[in-house]
Write a protein that binds this ligand. Structure first.
Ligand SMILES: [Mg+2]
Length: 331
């Protein structure tokens, strides 16, 4: 008998399918029942019971091996799963929305894909449990390519209450949670979405506009200003700089100041908001006590105009170029 002929493609597909089915069955057995699901995962589609008198907020993200993470000892599958859901929850936070449900689609590498898939789900389900998110469904594929994880997060807000990017007005103050820069030293994986903070703020303070910092403080603030048709004047001395930004700046050959890291590094996943002055000052006064157990800082003001302006310690003003991470095509 000679060597077995290569299987035709459909049979190979069938074999992969059966491996996936085993994984999916395991996955389904791990997902807790939730009253928000009229039809739970495992059917052709999930059926959600939307909360009464609330709008549905939907966001999709995709993380790609080599771009958003590099698997290794410092970046296990569990951490990738955590990040995949955390970035989507951060987008819900930036809308002032309450997280409700999530869907996860993964392309697993065929080599070691089963262990990677289980690790991913560990990270995802731990974070989902922490934030009261029900895992409502997803899709699992195996292929010869790298790991790709796509998360769809569903949230809810009262009608008309979603925070938007385009609501900033001249005279508003620009307020941020936490500190910025140097996230590559580890925080870019251990993302803590500001969901609890956002809900607390949304219930108590008037927020005109908001965005989360994924690509860089100056870049994301610039996007919010562009959407609002306004300019941001940033007092550089007020920008909260993360200790990681200082550490990164001190690394040999870095050549950038901690402030530059804070303005451009991205993946801080903090909230950037525009509030009327009274609300901004009240919010800052409320910072530091749970659930706002983190620094909240006024870094500048919204003005008529466009773009960003930096205000130095001596009061002098100069244009500030928004910098950060941009997905680029080859030309
Ligand atoms: Mg965002």
């Amino acid at each position: 008998m000679g060597a077995e002929p290569a299987l035709p493609t459909p049979a190979r597909r069938l074999h992969w399918r059966s491996v996936e089915t085993e994984f999916v069955n395991w996955l389904l057995s791990r997902v807790p029942a939730d009253p928000r699901l009229e039809v739970p995962p495992g059917d052709d589609a999930a059926v959600l019971r939307p909360p009464a008198m609330r709008r549905t907020v939907v966001t999709v993200d995709m993380l790609m091996e080599g771009v958003d993470f590099i698997p290794g000892p410092d970046c296990p599958a569990r951490a990738i799963g955590h990040k995949a859901l955390a970035v989507s929850l951060s987008d819900l936070a930036a809308m002032g929305a309450r997280p409700e449900a999530a869907f996860v689609a993964v392309s697993l590498p065929r080599a070691g894909g089963d262990a990677i898939g289980r690790g991913l789900l560990e990270g995802i389900s731990a974070l989902a449990a922490e934030y009261g998110v029900t895992l409502a469904g997803g899709d699992t594929n195996a292929w010869d390519g790298p790991l790709v994880v796509s998360t769809t997060a569903i949230g809810s807000v009262p009608p008309g209450a979603a925070w938007r990017r385009d609501g900033g007005r001249p005279g508003d103050l620009i307020v941020v949670t936490g500190a910025f820069g140097g996230s590559l030293l580890g925080r870019h994986l251990a993302v803590e979405p500001r969901c609890r903070e956002a809900l607390h703020i949304a219930e108590r303070f008037q927020v005109h506009a908001a965005i989360d910092c994924s690509d860089g403080l100056s870049l994301d603030l610039g996007r919010m200003m562009a959407a609002s048709g306004t300019r941001a004047a940033i007092r550089l001395a007020a920008v909260p700089i993360h200790p990681d930004a200082v550490r990164m700046s001190g690394q040999p050959g870095d050549g950038r100041s901690p402030l530059e890291h804070a303005l451009a590094d991205g993946e801080d996943f903090e909230l950037i908001m525009a509030l009327p002055p009274e609300a901004a000052h009240a919010l800052v006064a409320a910072a530091g006590t749970p659930p706002l157990g983190l620094p909240i800082t006024i870094i500048g003001e919204v003005e008529a105009g466009s773009g960003l302006v930096a205000i130095a310690a001596d009061g002098s003003r100069s244009p500030l170029e928004p910098r950060g991470f941009v997905h680029a095509f080859d030309s």
